[in-house]
Design a protein. Structure first.
Length: 320
C-alpha cells in the first residue's frame, strides 16, 4: 500500500534535512571547538554530600582544571578560548567538574547548593560548548535569580552537543551516549542532597537527552522547552514518576519541524511526537511569545513559569 501523502511529505522533509546537514558537516566539523586541546582532568570521587567543605574542595579542583586548560589553549594560540576559560576560573564561579577536552564538559553551580531546597538541572541543546558557554550560563543565572534564596541551578554541559548543521541534530545518537552520564549525575546529586526538590530542565536537543535518561530518575519534574521531541511516543513511554511538562514560545522555529521518527538500519531520524501536542500527554505550560533562545530571558513568561514548576507551584495560565 502506498504511503499516505502526509507521511510522504514528512519523509521528504526529513530526508532533505539529512542531505542538507550532510553537506554542511565538513564545514561545521572543521571549525568545531573540539579542535582546541586540553589536559585530562583530575579524577573525582563521587559527590557524597553538599556540606560547604565538600563543595569547596570540588570547586577548587574544578578551578585548577580550568586554569590548566587555559594555559594549554594559550600555548595552542586560541586566545578566544583562553579568555573564556579565564572568566570561568573567577573565584566567584563554582564548578563541580570540568573537562576541557572535545569541546568541553562542565557542571557549574549557580546559587548555594549547600542550603538549596530546590535544585534545577539545566540540560542544553545544540552548539553548546566552551566557546558558546556564556549563553547557557546567562540562562542559568536568570533562572537562579528568579528562584531566589534556597534554590540552586546546575548548568550541566555533560555531553558532546551536536552542531546545528550536522546529521547529529536529527538523530538520537549523541543523546543516547549522554544519557548514562546524566543518570549518574542525577543519582549522585540525589544522594548528596536527599531532601531537595530536584527538577530536570531540558532545552532543545537537551530534551532528547532527557528522554533517553528519564526512566527511573528520582526527580519531581521533567520540563521540556523548545523541544523537537524526546525520541519517545508519549510521556508515559519516558517511564518516569516525575511530572512531565512541555512549553513552546510562539516564535520558536522548532514548532515548524516535522514531528516524526523514521527508523533506519542502525538509528532513526526525527524524535517523534510533538511534546506540546495532546497526543504526547505532557502538562503544557504557557511559554509566551519568545523564540528558540528566549525561554530563560529575564522578564519572560517562560522564565516565570519554569521557575514556578521548579518551586512546586502551578505555572500561570496552565489549562491542562
Amino acid at each position: 500500500m502506498a504511503p499516505r501523502p502526509r507521511s510522504r511529505r514528512l519523509r521528504r522533509t526529513l530526508l532533505a534535512a539529512l542531505v542538507a546537514a550532510s553537506v554542511a558537516v565538513p564545514v561545521a566539523g572543521a571549525a568545531r571547538p573540539a579542535a582546541v586541546p586540553a589536559p585530562a582532568p583530575a579524577p573525582l570521587a563521587p559527590l557524597r554530600d553538599t556540606a560547604p567543605v565538600t563543595l569547596a574542595e570540588r570547586y577548587t579542583t574544578g578551578r585548577a582544571g580550568i586554569l590548566a586548560a587555559e594555559r594549554t589553549a594559550t600555548a595552542h594560540g586560541d586566545h578566544r578560548r583562553a579568555a573564556n576559560l579565564r572568566a570561568m576560573a573567577a573565584p566567584a564561579r563554582h564548578f563541580l567538574s570540568f573537562d576541557g577536552r572535545d569541546g568541553g564538559r562542565t557542571v557549574e553551580v549557580l546559587g548555594d547548593l549547600s542550603h538549596a531546597e530546590r535544585i534545577a538541572v539545566l540540560i542544553p541543546g545544540s552548539d553548546t560548548n566552551l566557546d558558546s558557554y556564556g549563553r547557557l550560563r546567562d540562562g542559568a543565572t536568570a533562572l537562579q535569580r528568579q528562584l531566589g534564596d534556597r534554590a540552586a541551578v546546575v548548568a550541566w554541559l555533560g555531553y558532546r552537543t551536536p552542531t546545528l548543521l550536522s546529521t547529529d541534530t536529527i538523530s538520537p545518537g549523541l543523546a543516547d551516549s549522554a544519557a548514562p552520564a546524566l543518570r549518574g549525575f542525577v543519582r549522585e546529586l540525589r544522594a548528596a542532597a536527599p531532601t531537595a526538590r530536584l527538577s530536570l530542565l531540558c532545552h532543545s536537543y537537551g530534551s532528547v537527552v532527557c528522554g533517553s535518561a528519564a526512566p527511573g530518575l528520582d526527580v519531581a519534574d521533567i520540563v521540556l522547552f523548545g523541544s523537537p521531541g524526546t525520541g519517545r511516543d508519549n510521556a508515559a513511554a519516558l517511564r518516569t514518576r516525575a511530572t512531565v511538562w512541555a512549553g513552546r514560545g510562539a516564535d520558536d522555529w522548532i514548532g515548524d519541524i516535522p514531528h516524526a521518527r523514521i527508523p533506519l538500519h542502525f538509528t532513526s531520524v526525527g524524535f517523534g511526537t510533538d511534546p506540546v501536542s495532546p497526543a504526547f500527554g505532557a502538562r503544557v505550560f504557557p511559554a509566551g511569545d519568545g523564540g528558540h533562545s528566549d525561554y530563560l530571558k529575564p522578564g519572560s513568561t517562560s522564565l516565570t513559569n519554569i521557575a514556578r514548576i521548579v518551586s512546586g507551584r502551578t505555572p500561570e495560565g496552565t489549562t491542562r
